[in-house]
Write a protein that binds this ligand. Structure first.
Ligand SMILES: *[C@@H]1O[C@H](CO)[C@@H](O)[C@H](O)[C@H]1NC(C)=O
Ligand SMILES: *[C@@H]1O[C@H](CO)[C@@H](O)[C@H](O)[C@H]1NC(C)=O
Ligand SMILES: *[C@@H]1O[C@H](CO)[C@@H](O)[C@H](O)[C@H]1NC(C)=O
Length: 506
């Protein structure tokens, strides 16, 4: 009897216990503990704590000892940084007594899960990523940061570089500071600007971990970034189709379900030969949109690499402007993550399509043709496409099923924008080095951007026009180049709709 009563209470009892244990863990993690070193404070403030768990969608499992480790508080961007650092914590590795000690996890500051913060003098450095660049004659490490100045002066900067298996770091002095923002585009006090710091390596070995230090090269590191590891070097293969990818900035569609639009767009990108789309999730998608995107990021499909991102708030002011500046950080992160897996990468929005024209049906074929025609140049940083609007105000073709917005909109304004306005480019991963939304800011060993003739390709932009007069004058044109993909696009998209369990009422 008593036993049966207990049985019926078992589920609620377990719930209460689980909540108690969770509470205890968080309480313990929040408690400053002193082991002789700096206080062991959780790198994330309590509100972020909870957010990190909501992001993951599941509570930490409690069925083994191991899961009681404070895993959920580590950086989302790189979940095993903490294990790496803690694993080497007691080794006492350094360059010599009191020089460049191995970074301690407890010395790192995470203002949010995307960044580490190190302050020096009047500047704040928000560290985002570290990448190995084997393209320059002397290979480099590039450290991508947001800094509270776009012009300097910058402090004396060094990089402490750790190789797997070594007990002593190399220290490198800063080679170049490349700011991915022009002061002319606007600056405001307290904002942070994307900055690429490069360091020349002394050997071709690929570092595992780096720390940025200021003032003295021996300084105790306050940050640590795992270097994005490149794949093994492949011999060049001129017969291989060119591999292409897309970088999209953060997705912000908090109150419109983008599911159908994104399926149509992603499937069109796939048909154009795009191998990967990288985008950033700032938690501003409707649940249905997230579910749709999850379909594409699951392994097995893998077309989409959706990465979590949180903005920095050094100041409460100018938030929107700060977010615009932050786009440039993401484009550079995505580009450097794509360096070795792709030959050309486009920075694009999900309402844009670089459309190959005439007999060209894929980016790869179009790029080959552009390279052949590019007689004045053996290497190009970027091929850029002129912008032309396909606004929703122009007539829509209702004979096409409604989930296919772009296939239904085949009337565009008459003229392309001029070649300097709102272009989008395919950037060579062999040459481009600092990227902006619309063009490359810097490149190496190559000619500058090439303006592609609108007979060969164009940037189709599915949004409202800048100038309403162009909706009537000159007379808009039918442009159904997208219809070359119609049959396959509808077929492939419908298969996805079915997999997602959407009603097939069309
Ligand atoms: C930081 O201080 C230096 C020198 O004192 C000054 O030139 C610079 O403008 C300051 N930077 C910022 C972002 O306040
Ligand atoms: C190559 O350069 C010449 C001379 O500057 C120019 O007239 C020609 O249009 C260029 N060709 C291409 C394909 O850009
Ligand atoms: C998700 O979006 C699809 C396509 O618009 C729609 O058919 C489906 O009903 C939506 N599901 C939910 C739960 O909103």
């Amino acid at each position: 009897m008593v036993y049966n009563q207990l049985r019926s209470f078992r589920a609620p009892l377990i719930c209460v216990l689980v909540i108690l244990v969770l509470f205890l863990i968080f309480w313990l993690v929040e408690l400053p503990q002193n082991n002789g070193g700096p206080p062991r404070i959780s790198p994330l403030s309590p509100p972020l704590h909870q957010k990190a768990i909501v992001h993951h969608g599941t509570l930490p499992k409690l069925d083994s000892e191991q899961d009681l480790s404070p895993k959920p508080v580590s950086s989302q961007e790189d979940p095993d940084l903490e294990s790496l650092l803690r694993g080497n914590e007691d080794e006492g590795w350094a360059q010599g007594p009191k020089c460049a000690p191995y970074p301690r996890f407890d010395d790192l500051k995470f203002p949010n899960p995307s960044f580490q913060l190190t302050r020096h003098g009047n500047l704040s450095y928000y560290l985002y990523g570290a990448y190995y660049d084997r393209r320059p004659r002397t290979p480099e490490v590039m450290v991508l940061v947001m800094v509270t100045t776009s012009e300097g002066p910058y402090p004396k900067t060094h990089l402490q570089v750790w190789f797997d298996g070594d007990t002593v770091p190399e220290t490198l002095s800063l080679h170049e500071t490349k700011v991915a923002w022009y002061t002319d585009w606007g600056t405001k006090p307290g904002l942070v600007y994307p900055t690429l710091l490069t360091f020349q390596l002394k050997s071709p070995r690929i570092p595992q971990l780096v720390s940025l230090v200021f003032g003295h090269p021996c300084a105790v590191p306050q940050n640590a970034l795992k270097v994005v590891q490149p794949p093994a070097e492949e011999p060049p293969n001129p017969n291989r189709p060119l591999r292409t990818a897309i970088c999209v900035k953060y997705l912000r569609f908090p109150d419109v379900d983008m599911s159908e639009r994104l399926v149509e767009w992603l499937e069109l990108m796939r048909l154009l030969g795009v191998g990967r789309v990288m985008a950033y999730d700032i938690g501003e998608l409707m649940p249905n949109t997230s579910r749709t995107l999850a379909h594409y990021s699951r392994s097995g499909d893998g077309l989409l690499d959706l990465r979590k991102f949180e903005f920095i708030q050094e100041t409460k002011d100018h938030q929107r402007f700060q977010q615009i500046i932050s786009e440039v950080l993401l484009y550079n992160d995505c580009f450097y993550r794509s360096l070795y897996d792709f030959d050309f990468v486009a920075m694009m929005d999900v309402d844009e399509v670089i459309m190959p024209l005439g007999k060209y049906l894929s980016w790869s074929d179009l790029l080959r043709e552009l390279q052949i025609r590019d007689v004045n140049c053996t290497a190009r940083s970027s091929y850029c496409f002129r912008n032309v609007y396909f606004p929703k105000e122009l007539p829509e073709d209702s004979s096409i099923p409604s989930p296919f917005y772009m296939l239904r909109h085949v009337v565009r304004v008459a003229e392309h924008l001029n070649p300097a306005m709102a272009i989008k480019c395919l950037h060579s991963t062999g040459h481009a080095s600092v990227l902006h939304n619309h063009f490359a800011l810097k490149w190496m060993d190559a000619c500058g951007p090439h303006d592609v003739s609108p007979d060969l390709g164009q940037l189709q932009h599915y949004r409202h026009v800048d100038d309403v007069k162009t909706l009537d004058e000159p007379t808009p044109k039918r442009d159904d180049n997208i219809r070359r993909f119609q049959q396959q696009l509808i077929h492939n998209s419908m298969a996805v709709h079915r997999q997602l369990g959407w009603g097939a009422a069309y």
